[in-house]
Every structure is written in structure tokens, then in C-alpha cells.
Design a protein around this ligand. Structure first.
Ligand SMILES: NC(=O)c1ccc[n+]([C@@H]2O[C@H](COP(=O)([O-])OP(=O)(O)OC[C@H]3O[C@@H](n4cnc5c(N)ncnc54)[C@H](OP(=O)(O)O)[C@@H]3O)[C@@H](O)[C@H]2O)c1
Length: 288
């Protein structure tokens, strides 16, 4: 199967990628199933995997997500060099009062150290696409972005992305990184449309827009009724409503990518077909 491909910075990759997070944080499957899920995606033609330094269980060994991606690629017999592997630095996990949480450290020292650790865990000299995971309110944004630039200058990363970024932060990053900035990864789905301003702005600036939690996240949505209209369209096409959600997101612009998460092969195999699903103008109008 040839999947829909789009340009992301200097890369041509599949519009539907695999979000690795559910395979290594709380609720993860066993290692065998995790590897099977990644291999199933790759065998079906997926060429974009998204991971992060901070994808590990709270209180557990760090960087298990990056190590899993490395292990899965090493044991895969296909063309590894064609797979765009994106990772992120700036987040870490906390385990306070038995509750797993996410914390940020956007200091230049931390970003540079973690970027180098990410390259090592992924088993590469230079990371294809390295994101600054989330702005740190304790550190001026410029300082964090300067550190990301240093990682490109030192060859640790080939290109840079920013995540959870506003329009103003995109402008700051463009000013410092210029053409090295290729992608913005923000939350976007039927249950989270607040990032529509950055979706439009990235198109204007020639940047990719990667939707995180494109299906609303792997925890049950607070308001599931927003998916009802997607279910109606899905019934007409005889496909899952998740495929309709992903196809609707991809219809927002040729610069848009989706990285659905999966705990098992079946769900990512279904999601990967979304790029081929054609929605009519009337259906898109109905979906909003
Ligand atoms: N930059 C950031 O700050 C940030 C934050 C969060 C996430 N992310 C990235 O975004 C990725 C995706 O987000 P996410 O994993 O939170 O949520 P998601 O992609 O919105 O949802 C994943 C859930 O949807 C289910 N699913 C996926 N495809 C399906 C299909 N075709 N049919 C039925 N169910 C389907 C999966 O089911 P199963 O569990 O049954 O497989 C999984 O539980 C993450 O893996 C991560 O790489 C980035």
C-alpha cells in the first residue's frame, strides 16, 4: 500500500505517522506488542515516528520511548533510512503522591544535554527532527530556542521543531532558527480546536503543522458527543470514525500531519488508511 506522502521540511514522509507515547508511558503494552505495533506501522508503509526524551513511565527508567524506537528500527528489515524519526526535549516525568505528572526544564544546559542523550538513545549521529517539547515559564523562550540552534550547529539535530507553541513563539523561533525550523507540533482534534491560529500561521510561513493527540488522546474524551458527526460520516463510508477524524485534520492544509497513538497493531493499521479517505465538500462542511 502506498500511503499519502507530504513534504515536512527537507523530508518527504507519510501524512499519517505513529505517535509512540502510549507504547512506553503508563498503560503501555509489553515489549513484544510494542515492537509489533511499530513494525506493523512500518510494514504498512508508515515513514514517520514521533517520540520524546520524556516518554517513559513515571518513576521508571528514562528515555524508554526513544530506546524502543531504536530497537524496533534495528530489528526491522525494511529501509530504515526512509523513516523520519522525530523526538523532543524539554519535558521530564515526576511521580508525586503516586500521581504521574509532566514537568518542564527549558534551560539551555538541560536541552543541550538531553538532545545529545536523545541522539544516543536513538542510535544516530544526528536526529532527523528535534522538537523543543514545551515552553518553560522559568526560562525566556529565546534562550531555549538558542540552545536548539546550538544543537543544529553542533550537528546533533538536522532540523528543529517547536511544540505547544503560540504564534508569537513561532515568530521568535523563526527569527533565531530561520530555515532550520521546519515544524510546529500542537494539540489539534475535534475536542481541541484552540490551535487553529497556529494551524493557519504555519501554512503562511511554510512550516509543517503536526497534530498531537489527533483523536482526542488515549484517555476517554470528556465530551464524546463531538465525535457524533464524525461517526455519521464514517457510517456512510464504511470506515472507523477515527479515520474520518484524521482525514478531516489532513484536509485542513497540505502542511498538516497527524501522529495517532496506538497500543496495538490494529489501531495504527486502521489509522494509516486515513490519508486515502476522500471526504466530499459537503461532508467537510458538516464536520466544520
Ligand atoms: N507534543 C506534545 O506535547 C504531545 C503531547 C501528547 C501527545 N503527543 C504525541 O501525539 C501522539 C498521539 O497522541 P495520543 O497517543 O495521546 O492520542 P491519540 O492519537 O489522540 O489517541 C490514541 C488512542 O486512539 C486509539 N486509536 C488510534 N487509532 C485508532 C483507530 N484507527 N481506531 C480506533 N482507535 C484508535 C488508540 O487505541 P488503542 O489504545 O486501542 O491502540 C489510542 O488509545 C502521542 O503518541 C505523542 O507522540 C505529543
Amino acid at each position: 500500500m502506498t500511503l499519502l506522502a507530504r513534504n515536512l521540511g527537507p523530508y518527504t514522509t507519510t501524512a499519517v505517522g505513529l505517535g509512540e507515547m502510549p507504547l512506553t508511558i503508563e498503560g503501555k503494552p509489553d515489549l513484544e506488542q510494542a515492537i509489533e505495533t511499530i513494525h506493523a506501522a512500518l510494514d504498512a508503509g508508515c515513514r514517520h515516528i514521533d517520540t520524546a526524551w520524556a516518554y517513559y513511565e513515571s518513576g521508571g527508567e528514562e528515555q524508554t520511548g526513544e530506546k524502543l524506537v531504536h530497537q524496533a528500527l534495528q530489528s526491522w528489515s525494511g529501509p530504515r533510512q526512509d523513516v523520519l524519526v522525530a523526538t523532543k526535549v524539554g519535558h521530564f516525568r515526576n511521580f508525586t503522591d503516586g500521581r504521574p505528572t509532566w514537568d518542564v526544564d527549558g534551560s539551555p544546559e538541560n536541552l543541550i544535554r538531553r538532545g545529545k542523550e536523545s541522539a544516543k538513545a536513538l542510535g544516530v549521529d544526528s536526529i532527523d527532527l528535534l522538537y523543543f517539547h514545551r515552553p518553560d515559564p522559568k526560562v525566556p523562550y529565546e534562550q531555549s530556542i538558542e540552545a536548539m540552534k546550538q544543537l543544529v550547529d553542533e550537528g546533533v539535530a538536522k532540523t528543529i521543531g517547536i511544540s505547544n507553541a503560540s504564534v508569537d513563539q513561532i515568530d521568535i523561533a523563526l527569527g533565531i532558527l530561520g530555515d532550520d525550523l521546519v515544524s510546529v507540533q500542537n494539540q489539534y482534534s475535534p475536542v481541541f480546536r484552540e490551535s487553529e491560529d497556529t494551524l493557519a500561521y504555519t501554512a503562511e510561513k511554510g512550516l509543517a503543522f503536526v497534530c498531537w493527540s489527533p483523536l482526542g488522546g488515549f484517555r476517554k474524551a470528556k465530551d464524546d458527543t463531538v465525535f457524533e458527526v464524525f461517526r455519521q460520516v464514517a457510517r456512510q463510508h464504511g470506515v472507523s470514525y477515527q479515520q474520518v477524524v484524521l482525514a478531516w485534520e489532513l484536509s485542513k492544509g497540505r502542511h498538516v500531519f497527524v501522529i495517532p497513538g496506538a497500543h496495538r497493531p490494529a489501531t495504527i493499521l486502521d489509522s494509516l488508511q486515513a490519508g486515502e479517505l476522500e471526504l466530499t465538500i459537503d461532508e467537510l462542511a458538516k464536520l466544520g
